[in-house]
Design a protein around this ligand. Structure first.
Ligand code: NAI
Ligand code: 15L
Length: 265
């Protein structure tokens, strides 16, 4: 069991669920966000912190032997917003981990690192990145940063390219990208249970019938996703007629992110 697990982004959609379901992994769960997420529950510590503030992040990481890093900008935005949370923020986190001796991190990367591949392409961890947005580029930056801290300083990171982690899939693309909350939790559990993690890219996706991504290189983790989006297929199909075959949401793995405008500043 970990002594103190840091959960960043605890005020977000995924973070709220993780806060409820990951407490058993550590004696103390330190939950953090830029937003106020207090009060602390039993065995919890709450720390309000902007990831863009290097000194605050160093204090945040102090005393933690594991991190589930969900905090940051989670969709496309102006470059300044992406840069603060996802570029400066992730650098501050790894620097703090190095200085304070935290050796294992679950990093919420994203399918938008490979969003410009088409939906008929099957990818494994060797596929060269094709980010679809500044957001996707920032996640790729973080993956590279984690590799550097692994090979130079021995910090292990699960680089989890999450597909779409929501209670259920809500559109046709998500029939392929859906990661169920239960499968997310079981993946975090395996990441902190295995004796040797390394720094692998892992596709964060359930055992869906529709499948673009291959995780066979990380079978050593013993992670076996159990849910399948197919049980929601009829519900999803009933919502809306299929988009045109060449519509971005039907053509690219990143869906509509690929047509996001580039926002300067
Ligand atoms: P979210 O947007 O609901 O939560 C992100 C949290 O990070 C928010 O509570 C926000 O206040 C916090 N945050 C933003 N900027 C910050 C800063 N400068 N300092 C400290 N905290 C800050 O996003 P969600 O859906 O919960 O996703 C969590 C993580 O997983 C994100 O990093 C996202 O990029 C990643 N992800 C999520 C996917 C999903 O399907 N939910 C898919 C792929 C990746
Ligand atoms: C992401 O990276 C986002 O954080 C999430 O909000 C979803 O848009 C997800 O990707 C997705 O592609 O469905």
């Amino acid at each position: 069991m970990l002594k103190r697990l840091l959960l960043t982004g605890a005020g977000g959609g995924l973070g709220k669920m993780a806060r409820q379901r990951l407490g058993h992994l550590a004696e103390t769960l330190r939950v953090s966000d830029i937003a106020d997420i207090g009060p602390a529950g039993p065995n919890e510590e709450c720390v309000q912190c902007d990831l863009g503030d290097a000194r605050a992040v160093e204090l945040l990481v102090e005393g933690c032997d594991g991190i589930v890093h969900l905090g940051g900008q989670s969709v496309e935005d102006k470059f300044s917003v992406i840069a603060n949370a996802n570029i400066h923020g992730v650098f501050h986190l790894y620097e703090a981990a190095r200085k304070k001796g935290c050796k294992r991190i679950f990093f919420a990367s994203s399918n938008h690192v490979i969003g410009l591949y088409t939906q008929d392409q099957h990818l494994d961890h060797t596929a060269p990145p094709r980010p679809d947005t500044l957001y996707g580029v920032s996640k790729h930056f973080a993956e590279g940063l984690a590799q550097m801290y692994h090979h130079r300083f021995g910090i292990e990171t699960a680089l989890v390219r999450i597909g779409s982690c929501f209670p259920k899939p809500v559109d046709r693309r998500m029939l392929a990208t859906w990661l169920s909350p239960d499968d997310f939790v079981s993946l975090v559990e395996r990441v902190f249970a295995v004796p040797r993690l390394g720094c692998p890219v892992i596709y964060g996706v359930s055992d869906n019938d529709d499948c673009w991504w291959d995780n066979s290189h990380v079978s050593y983790l013993g992670w076996r996703p159990k849910d399948n989006s197919a049980v929601y297929r009829d519900e999803v199909y009933a919502k809306a007629p299929p988009p045109a075959k060449d519509a971005p949401e039907a053509y690219y793995q990143g869906g509509l992110f690929v047509v996001e405008p580039i926002r300067e500043e």
